[in-house]
Design a protein around this ligand. Structure first.
Ligand code: DX5
Ligand code: ZN
Length: 225
């Protein structure tokens, strides 16, 4: 089914925050590829989570790339702090960027990989002009703000359309999907062309431990592959 190795990016949003470092170490040992960090400001999305100090604290618990998803207004005012804290990928939402090209260039000038995220209702055409500059494009498969929501099925077609755009233009940006990814849904989004899967509740709210849940997700992909 897939020609590329699929990356798994556990989202710490659903982790036990009282032992966040240990949980990150656990999914690192179990074979995670990125650690996905959801930053929310209570304005762009109706929830508040964490900031740069937590990114800095996580740095000592994992060597994996820290994949920082900024669900915040005015991201340009904050990216340097996240870069200094140790973020390896910084993803901003196209819906809040008036000068997306400039912001992407700024992120890259800080030595950090640049990603752009699109909400479910946001058309792919809004990122068309910057695609060649990007390291990552994030398709939201739920409306951002909370973990544990249901995957929006119509996003499968959007993922497939973005895959085609990237392939047709020979653009190397990774295609990441975020929201409602379970062992049942993972093979479907990979089939559509996703290559980085963010997954929160399915890893950290599972009946088994986080490491076991991650390995199960990997097995589900291997079996489908
Ligand atoms: C949603 C966040 C996601 C979320 C994913 O706003 O961006 O990263 O935590 O978690 P699940 O897999 O539980 O939907
Ligand atoms: Zn996210």
């Amino acid at each position: 089914m897939k020609s590329r190795r699929i990356k798994l990016a556990p989202s710490i949003l659903s982790a036990d925050f009282s032992r966040l470092g240990e949980q990150v170490a656990e999914v690192t040992r179990a074979g995670a590829d990125y650690i996905h960090v959801d930053v929310m400001d209570g304005r762009f999305v109706p929830n508040i989570t964490i900031g740069a100090p937590v990114v800095a604290a996580l740095r000592s618990w994992t060597n994996l790339p820290l994949d920082v998803h900024l669900m915040i207004e005015r991201p340009e005012a904050h990216i340097s702090r996240f870069a200094e804290a140790g973020a390896n990928i910084i993803t901003v939402h196209v819906e809040v960027c008036q000068h997306l090209h400039r912001l992407v260039e700024t992120i890259k000038s800080l030595g950090v990989k640049a990603g752009v995220a699109l909400n479910p209702a946001t058309p792919l055409s809004l990122v068309d002009e910057v695609l060649p500059l990007l390291d990552l494009v994030l398709i939201m498969t739920v409306n951002p703000g909370f973990g544990g929501q249901d995957f929006i099925e119509s996003m499968v077609d959007k993922i497939a359309r973005l895959r085609k755009m990237l392939d047709d233009k020979r653009i190397k940006a990774e295609l990441e999907v975020d929201g409602g990814i379970t062992t049942g849904i993972a093979p479907k989004v990979v089939q559509a062309g996703a290559e980085v899967l963010v997954t929160g509740a399915a890893i950290f709210n599972s009946k088994q431990d986080a490491g076991g849940a991650l390995r199960e997700m990997r097995r589900a992909l291997d079996l489908a592959g």
